[in-house]
Design a binder for this molecule. Sequence first.
Ligand code: MRU
Length: 352
Amino acid sequence: MPAPQPGTRVQTLRWRDGRLEMIDQRLLPTRLEYRKAESAADVAQAIRTMVIRGAPAIGCAAAFGVALAARELRGGPSEEFDSGMESAFSLLAASRPTAVNLFWALRRMRALWEHAREQPAGDIAEMLLDEAHAVLAEDIGINRALGNHGAQLLASGCRVLTHCNAGALATAGHGTALGVIRSAVQEGKQVSVIANETRPILQGARLTAWEMVQEGIAVTLITDAMSGHLMSQGEIDAVIVGADRVAANGDVANKIGTYMLAVLAQRHGIPFYVACPLSSIDRQAADGSEIPIEERPAEEVLGFGDTRWAPTGVRVRNPAFDVTPAKLVTALITERGVVHNPDSRKIAELFS
Ligand code: MRU
């Protein structure tokens, strides 16, 4: 397992020498390598193939994808600038459907572009790059803010179950669900993490476990099917997950298996928390039924890496996300504070 650079935190994505560099999350935990993106097409491909994943991180990458497109087009004929930019926006928007942060970031970049349209292409490109840097920096601040709010919900000694990876790797830094845990630990609380492995891509086993081990936060890995048993044995005090998209009524789309955890948590009287920035809330989606759920390739379920364990010819379903009804969510943890028993009215108030 690669060691972190002393005194530094994982930089999920960074701008270096006119290119976007992203940790190739498909290789963790055995290799820590950055993958370079020089164009919007490279960024879209990195999102689609899950070099980079996690809702806020996808949004940050897309913002840099737009900036890369403008930089590439700025030296060319001016009449091609607008059509080239439109193609870049379309390409990025088609990379993955569920995490709304992608569309949030693209809207933000588009608004700036439209505002600056009359300016020289070189200036527009610089402005878009500055904006992408702002999206990245803000994301870290937001995660620290929501982490501090969420930490107040955790007592010292608590054992927190989490699913997928909603950590530094899923964001520009600090993380959302893991950000709450990090903030609680920074406050001096003893918190231990139980990480669901998260079939089929194993974000829990590969990424959450890696982040926690690196920081010396106590972590125990389990397979997804063990969660109910541990809850029934009184070994879980709280569940905290991230979100890919929260509907206006508080329904939450997150990694497949989240719904199962929320039902189990309710059955056992365990609080079920969702930590996410406001950019993960889609006020255009009235409820969870309006959230598009990505269906990923069958190969991810048939095996892993070079190993295949299922017979040829078997049919496969591979929805990457599920929807947890708002009624099962004890509280939504955001940068503006904690919303207990979220519903349409309380979510609307968050934006007022
Ligand atoms: O398919 P992924 O790995 O992109 O799914 C990620 C998740 O479901 C996370 O829980 C979610 O994006 C929140 S990340 C802060």
